[in-house]
Design a protein around this ligand. Structure first.
Ligand code: FBP
Length: 548
C-alpha cells in the first residue's frame, strides 16, 4: 500500500512509556476492591474474580526472564484512533517477557475467536501499523461474547494455539463480557487469563478508576478542527446557520469537548435536556430565540452542535419510541401501507400524548421512526437526522416569531454529521502514547498472572512518562442493570455529569458564546512540534482533574 509522507515520518515516532514500564516491573497489590453498587449480588456472580485488589506497577530491582507465552488479541466494536498502537505495545510487551512469545489476532472482532479466524502477528506485520489509525490490522466487529457455547468454542482454538492470555480491546459492553469470560475460564480452570483495554471515541467508559477511554482525544480533535473551519467559513460569509451533529451513541461527552474546544453559538447537552425534562419544542424554541436575538444584531449566521444521542434523552421522544416499538412489532403489516396510511394508523393507535408528539414531527422524521428498525425491532435512532429535524423545526418556529413581529431576519441552514471522519484518524501524540502504554501494560498484567483486570494508566494530564501504571479488577466497575428484560452485571456507562467541571465551565460561558463570535479555530492535529501544540490532553480530562 502506498504511504503518505506523514505516514512514513509518523512510523518512526516512539511512543513515550511511563517510566515505571521502561524496565522490569513488580506488581504491588492495593486493598481488596468491591463493586460500585449491588455488591452482594455481584460477589455471588463472580466468586472467582470478585474483590481482587487494585494493582500498581513499580520498578523491579530483581528482574527475572519470563517463559515464552502465547497471547490472543481482539478488537471489539467501533473503531477508535490508537487501536493499532495497543496491539503494537502488547506485542513489544510480550516479546519483552520472552522473545519467543507469540501474538495472535482474532479477525473481525469477537466473532473471530468463536469462528476460529485468526492470524499470527509477527514483527514485520506489527511494524507496518505503528502509530497508524484504523483497526484494519485484524478488523473489528460487534458480535457479543456472552454465551457459554461461545466461550467453550473460543477455548478450543485458544488451546489449539497454546494461548494462555486473551486481551479484549473494547467499550463498556465488551469489557463487561471480558470480565464474564475471565470468571468462566477461571471457574473451569481453563488456564486462560483475560485482560481488558478501555476503548471508545464516545468517552463514556470512564469512572473513578479509569480516567479516559482511548480514541476520544484524537476523534474530538478531528471534529474540533472541522467545526473550527466551519466557524471561520460561517463568520466570513455571514449567511448560514450550521447544524452539526456529532457522534456519541448515547452520552454527550464528544459534543461537550468540541464545544469547549471551539466555543460555538449553541451546543445541546442531552443529559441536561433529560434532567430538565425538556421537550423537543423547548429545544427548538431556545435555538430559534438565539437565532432571532443574533439576527436583531444583524447576525444571520451561527453554529449549533448536536449530540447524536439527543432524541433518546428527550423524555417525550423516549416514551413515543417505546410505544412505537411495541405498536409496530404487533402490527408488521404497517410496513406495506402507503406513507399517508402509515402516519394515520400510527396517530390513531398511539396514546394521546405520544400521538401529539408524533403528529408534531416533520413528516420525514416521523417516517424514519416508523420504518427504520434494527434486527431487534427497535428504532435506529442513530439514523435519524437530528440536525435536519432541528433546523426544519427552527425554521417553522422562526416563521411564527416573524408573524408576531419578533424575527425579521434571514435563516438558511447547512447540515453536517461528524463521526466516521474521526474514528480512524492517525492517533494524536496523547492517544499514540496512551494506547501503546495500555497494550504494553496489558502484557505486564499477563506476566503478573492476573485475570479479569483492565489495563490502567492514571495521572493522564501529566506528561506520559509520569503516568501511573497498573490494573483494575473489572468487577469493581459493575452494578446491576436491566438489559433485555433481565437484571445483569454491567459496567456503568458514564454520562456527562451536570455537576462536573467540564459542563459547569461550558454552562458559565454559553450565553456569551451565543451572542458573540468567541469561536476558537483549533486547526489540524499536530504530531511534530512544541508540546503546547502537540501534547495537550482534552479539555474534559483537564477539567475533570480539577474535580479530583
Ligand atoms: P463503540 O461504543 O463500539 O466504541 O462505538 C461507538 C460509535 O462510534 C458511536 O459513536 C456510534 O454511534 C456507533 O459507534 C456507530 O456504529 P457503527 O460503526 O456500527 O456504525
Amino acid at each position: 500500500m502506498k504511504k503518505s509522507a506523514l505516514q512514513i515520518a509518523r512510523a518512526a515516532y516512539l511512543p513515550k512509556l511511563p517510566v515505571t514500564l521502561t524496565g522490569a516491573v513488580l506488581a504491588v497489590e492495593g486493598e481488596p476492591t468491591h463493586s460500585v453498587a449491588d455488591q452482594e449480588e455481584i460477589a455471588k456472580l463472580f466468586p472467582n474474580t470478585y474483590g481482587l485488589p487494585e494493582l500498581r506497577f513499580e520498578k523491579n530491582p530483581n528482574p527475572t526472564v519470563g517463559k515464552p507465552i502465547n497471547v490472543g488479541v481482539i478488537l471489539s466494536g467501533g473503531q477508535a484512533p490508537g487501536g493499532h498502537n495497543v496491539i503494537c505495545g502488547l506485542f513489544d510487551g510480550v516479546k519483552k517477557i520472552n522473545k519467543d512469545s507469540r501474538l495472535y489476532g482474532f479477525l473481525m472482532g469477537p466473532g473471530g475467536l468463536v469462528d476460529h479466524n485468526y492470524k499470527e502477528l509477527t514483527s514485520d506485520i506489527i511494524d507496518e501499523y505503528r502509530n497508524t489509525g484504523g483497526f484494519d490490522i485484524i478488523g473489528s466487529g460487534r458480535t457479543k461474547l456472552e454465551k457459554k457455547e461461545q466461550f467453550d468454542k473460543g477455548l478450543e482454538i485458544l488451546k489449539e494455539l497454546n494461548i494462555s492470555a486473551l486481551v479484549i480491546i473494547g467499550g463498556d459492553d465488551s469489557n463487561t463480557n471480558a470480565a464474564v469470560l475471565a470468571e468462566y475460564y477461571k471457574s473451569i480452570n481453563a488456564g486462560v487469563q483475560v485482560i481488558g483495554c478501555p476503548k471508545t471515541i464516545d468517552g463514556d467508559l470512564k469512572n473513578e478508576v479509569v480516567e479516559a477511554s482511548f480514541g476520544f482525544d484524537t476523534a474530538t480533535k478531528v471534529y474540533s478542527e472541522l467545526i473550527g473551519n466551519i466557524q471561520r467559513d460561517c463568520f466570513s460569509a455571514k449567511k448560514y446557520w450550521h447544524f452539526i451533529k456529532l457522534m456519541g451513541r448515547s452520552a454527550s461527552h464528544i459534543a461537550l469537548e468540541c464545544a469547549l474546544q471551539t466555543q460555538p453559538n449553541v451546543c445541546i447537552i442531552s443529559e441536561e435536556i433529560e434532567a430538565n425534562n425538556s421537550t423537543l419544542e423547548d429545544i427548538v424554541n431556545s435555538i430559534a430565540l438565539t437565532v432571532a436575538a443574533r439576527s436583531a444584531n444583524g447576525k444571520n449566521f451561527g453554529t449549533v452542535l448536536i449530540p447524536e444521542g439527543l432524541i433518546e434523552f428527550i423524555p417525550a421522544m423516549k416514551n413515543l419510541i417505546a410505544e412505537l416499538n411495541d405498536l409496530l412489532a404487533k402490527n408488521p403489516d404497517v410496513a406495506a401501507m402507503t406513507p399517508a396510511e402509515q402516519r394515520q394508523f400510527v396517530i390513531d393507535h398511539l396514546c394521546d400524548k405520544n400521538a401529539k408528539t408524533y403528529a408534531a414531527l416533520p413528516e420525514g422524521v416521523a417516517r424514519q421512526l416508523t420504518l427504520d428498525r434494527d434486527p431487534h425491532g427497535n428504532v435506529q435512532v442513530s439514523l435519524i437526522e437530528t440536525e435536519k429535524l432541528l433546523s426544519e423545526m427552527v425554521a417553522n418556529r422562526l416563521e411564527v416569531l416573524r408573524s408576531e413581529g419578533k424575527f425579521n431576519g434571514k435563516f438558511a441552514a447547512q447540515h453536517h454529521f461528524f463521526g466516521y471522519e474521526g474514528r480512524c484518524a492517525a492517533p494524536s501524540n496523547f492517544d499514540a502514547d496512551y494506547c501503546y502504554a495500555l497494550g504494553y501494560n496489558a502484557a505486564c498484567l499477563i506476566a503478573s498472572g492476573v485475570t479479569g483486570y483492565m489495563s490502567s494508566l492514571r495521572n493522564l494530564t501529566k506528561p506520559s512518562v509520569q503516568w501511573l501504571a497498573g490494573g483494575i479488577p473489572i468487577s469493581m466497575m459493575f452494578n446491576m442493570e436491566r438489559r433485555h428484560g433481565e437484571m445483569k452485571p454491567v459496567i456503568q456507562k458514564a454520562l456527562v455529569r451536570l455537576d462536573g467541571t467540564p459542563f459547569r465551565r461550558f454552562a458559565a460561558k454559553r450565553d456569551e458564546w451565543a451572542m458573540n463570535e468567541c469561536y476558537v479555530f483549533p486547526g489540524p492535529i499536530q504530531y511534530f512540534g512544541p508540546a503546547e501544540v502537540c501534547d495537550q490532553p482534552t479539555q474534559t480530562l483537564k477539567y475533570e482533574h480539577l474535580d479530583k
